[in-house]
Structures are given as structure tokens and as C-alpha cells.
Design a protein around this ligand. Structure first.
Ligand code: ADP
Ligand code: MG
Length: 409
């Protein structure tokens, strides 16, 4: 018994060592690529060959090994092709070793077929889900074995089987943990590189945007002068459209610039109550144009720390979005009060079009907009400003019912 356990532990060490090598040899360019699959295949086959060549043999002739681990890994990380090639390799090795071949074929053919849909579910799941899924699948094997042993009345084998099952199961979870960890590392590194690139580009673009703004103001001024000339109606409408388009471009640039603004401005304590009231006043004309009513319930003397203009920009953006979501005839509720947890909560609620869940997930991503003339930067700016103020934005939305934005400060 003790010897068998020693033997099992040797296998565990070998498998973990192979995973370690795999971790060492995968690099940044490998995430999801061919190189990754190849390295993974080599590691997996090495484990398979080792565990089948030197199986743990029970006193009464039962052969036990870890081949289920490379099989499961092959399917969940390599896909169907890697999975079935591992299966075939196993059959070939099975011919040359002391396995009961027909058992091997039948048992593992069933596992392979089951593993195809499982690997599909596996990819979608969270951490805990993955571990539970694989554990349930794995435990299916010892349970079939237990039935087999019980039927044959070999109770003393059971103890050995339970302990080996435990060891194999722990090894399996450990291997999965190590591989997932590595994949996560690769993913984060990739994201980081992307973010760095974005950072440089946005800094450059900010300076360009700044340079463009000045000539545009000049052009706009001269166009307004031109409008006063005696022109035909058609010509006037052309100039009108040009000015509108210029304004739109200006909007985009302004929002963009505030996105890339350095964070060195002074923080001050100011009245949130006043800021909200001012923002609502500014937007109310825009709202009246679409026959929208803005109701506000704002507690007196709310004070916050931050940059007043920035917070105003957040409120204006959110109000503008709410008005645009309603289009015509609706109601917007703006409320602000001290929340139960001590923070100040500002609520902006509309009964407009709302958003489906998958849209909620991508909210705040730069240039994401569903509007023809949208910039897709409004919410990006809002999220950034609130984050800088160490606050939080929560969104709740239902399609056809409306949207609620909550800001916690
Ligand atoms: P823009 O307003 O220029 O499109 P935003 O970043 O402000 O860019 O908003 C991004 C998108 O989020 C909008 O195009 C819209 O689809 C959605 N959205 C934002 N606020 C609301 C809201 N209150 N109701 C419904 N959809 C909204
Ligand atoms: Mg907007």
C-alpha cells in the first residue's frame, strides 16, 4: 500500500514538473496561437507516455495511472483535434503496455465523446464553475469503478482506489490551476501592452486635436460672417449645415481633450447641490425642445471634493444621454442625497429606450455609440472623471423601460 502511494506521488511530481516546463516555455506571443498548442501537445503527450509506461500496479493486478489527466487537459485546452490525437496516441501506447486494450478503447471513447461538449461549457465558465465541472466529470470515473469493485466484492481494493482517486483529483485541479494562471498572466500582459499603446496614441492625438481647434474656430467665425451676406436660401442652408458639422467636430474634439487631460488640477470642496441645479438649468432648454420634463429632488447643502467643472461635465453628459434616449415626451428624475453608507448618491433616471444587457457591458468603452452623430466619448469621460474622484458609477437599464445612472461620491 505504502509503495503504491510512493509510486503515485512520483507521478504527481512528474506531471507538475511538466506543467512547470510548459509555463517556462510559453511566452507572450503564445496566447491562443499555434505555438501554444504545439507546446501544450508536447507537454501533454510526455505526461501521457510517462504515466502509461510506468503505471501504478495494484497487488492484485489492477493497473492504475494518471492518463485521465492528459486526456481531460487535451480536450479542454487543446480542442477537439488535440483531444482525439491524444486519445489515439493512448490507444497505440496501450497496445505495447500491459493495459486491457478493450477496456481502454471503450472507457476512453466514452470520455472523449463526453469531453467534447464539456470543453465547450468549460471555456465559458468562471473559475469556480470550471473546477466544479471538471471535478464532477472526473468523479464519474471512480464511481463507475466503485460499482465494478463492489460487484466483484473486492472491498480491500476500495480503500486504495479512494486514496488514489483523491490524489489524482488534487493533481488534476492543481494542473488546471497552474495552466489557467499562466493563461491569465499572458492575457493580462497582452492587455497591458495594448493599454500602453493606446496611452501613447491618445497623448499624440490630444496635441493634434488641440492644434485643429484653433483654425476651426476661425473658419466658423468667417462662415457666420458669410451668412449675413445676401445669399440665396440654398447657399444659406449650405453654410448652416457646414456650421453644424463644424460644431459637431468641435464637440468631438472637446470631449476628446478632456479625456486626455493631465490630472494636475486643483481639488476643491464645492457645493454639489448648486452644481446639479446649474447643470439641470443648462439642459432644461434642450429638454423642453423634446417636451421632456426634468424633475429634481436634491438635498440642500451637499458638499463634495473634486473639480467642479469636471463633475458638471459628467452631469451634463448623463443628462444629455437621458434626453437623447427619450427622444420625445418623457420624464427625467434627478435626485441627490446622502446614502445609507455615508457616500453621496446622485441618481439620474430616464424612461427612455433603455439598453440590453450586452450593451451595458461595453458601456464606457471609447468610441462606443449607437447614435448616428454620437461621439461615443461622453460616458468614457464620465467614468474617468468619477474614477479620478474615487467615486463609482452604477448603471441599471431595461430595454423599453428606461435607464438609471447612480453616481456615488
Ligand atoms: P454618445 O452619447 O456620443 O453616443 P456616450 O458615451 O455618451 O456617447 O454613450 C454611449 C452609448 O450609450 C450611447 O450611444 C447610447 O447607446 C448608450 N446610452 C448612454 N446613456 C443612455 C441612456 N440614458 N439610455 C439609453 N442608452 C444610453
Ligand atoms: Mg452622450
Amino acid at each position: 500500500m505504502l509503495e503504491t502511494v510512493h509510486h503515485l506521488i512520483l507521478h504527481v511530481v512528474f506531471i507538475l514538473f511538466m506543467v512547470l516546463l510548459f509555463q517556462m516555455f510559453t511566452n507572450d506571443s503564445d496566447n491562443g496561437s499555434k505555438g501554444f498548442t504545439l507546446k501544450f501537445l508536447i507537454m501533454n503527450l510526455a505526461v501521457l507516455v510517462f504515466t502509461m509506461m510506468f503505471p501504478v500496479v495494484y497487488s492484485s493486478g489492477y493497473v492504475y495511472d494518471f492518463k485521465v489527466i492528459p486526456m481531460i487537459l487535451a480536450f479542454i485546452y487543446g480542442g477537439k483535434r488535440v483531444g482525439f490525437s491524444t486519445f489515439l496516441t493512448m490507444l497505440v501506447i496501450g497496445v505495447f503496455t500491459s493495459h486491457v486494450w478493450i477496456f481502454l478503447v471503450v472507457n476512453y471513447a466514452i470520455y472523449s465523446v463526453l469531453l467534447v461538449p464539456i470543453s465547450k461549457w468549460y471555456k465559458r465558465g468562471t473559475w469556480r464553475y470550471k473546477i466544479v465541472l471538471i471535478s464532477v466529470f472526473y468523479l464519474f470515473i471512480p464511481i463507475t469503478r466503485t460499482c465494478f469493485l463492489l460487484q466483484r466484492n473486492e472491498i480491500e481494493q476500495l480503500l486504495l482506489m479512494v486514496s488514489s482517486t483523491l490524489i489524482i483529483w488534487i493533481t488534476l485541479i492543481l494542473t488546471i490551476y497552474l495552466i489557467e494562471n499562466r493563461l491569465e498572466q499572458l492575457r493580462v500582459k497582452k492587455e497591458l501592452m495594448k493599454a500602453e499603446k493606446f496611452n501613447v496614441v491618445s497623448q499624440l492625438a490630444a496635441s493634434v486635436a488641440h492644434e485643429i481647434r484653433n483654425p476651426m474656430t476661425t473658419v466658423r467665425g468667417f462662415m457666420q460672417l458669410l451668412q449675413r451676406e445676401t445669399l440665396t436660401e440654398e447657399q444659406k442652408s449650405f453654410i448652416n449645415i457646414s456650421i453644424q458639422e463644424l460644431d459637431h467636430a468641435q464637440d468631438v474634439i472637446n470631449q476628446y481633450l478632456s479625456l486626455a487631460k493631465p490630472q494636475t488640477e486643483e481639488y476643491e470642496v464645492f457645493s454639489l447641490t448648486d452644481t446639479i441645479n446649474e447643470s439641470v438649468d443648462v439642459m432644461s432648454t434642450y429638454a423642453v425642445m423634446s417636451s421632456i420634463q426634468i424633475n429634481s429632488h436634491i438635498e440642500n447643502d451637499l458638499m463634495v471634493q473634486g473639480i467642479k467643472i469636471e463633475l458638471k461635465q459628467v452631469l451634463l453628459n448623463l443628462l444629455k444621454n437621458a434626453i437623447e434616449a427619450i427622444k420625445e415626451n418623457g420624464e427625467i428624475t434627478v435626485a441627490a442625497h446622502v446614502h445609507k453608507d455615508g457616500r453621496i448618491m446622485v441618481v439620474i433616471q430616464d424612461n427612455g429606450a433603455g439598453m440590453p444587457p450586452d450593451q451595458l457591458k461595453v458601456l464606457g468603452r471609447p468610441y462606443y455609440s449607437t447614435k448616428e452623430k454620437g461621439t461615443g466619448l461622453g460616458l468614457t469621460v464620465c467614468y474617468q472623471i468619477i474614477k479620478r474622484m474615487k467615486g463609482e458609477i452604477q448603471v441599471e437599464s431595461e430595454q423599453g423601460v428606461g435607464t438609471t445612472f447612480r453616481i456615488f461620491l
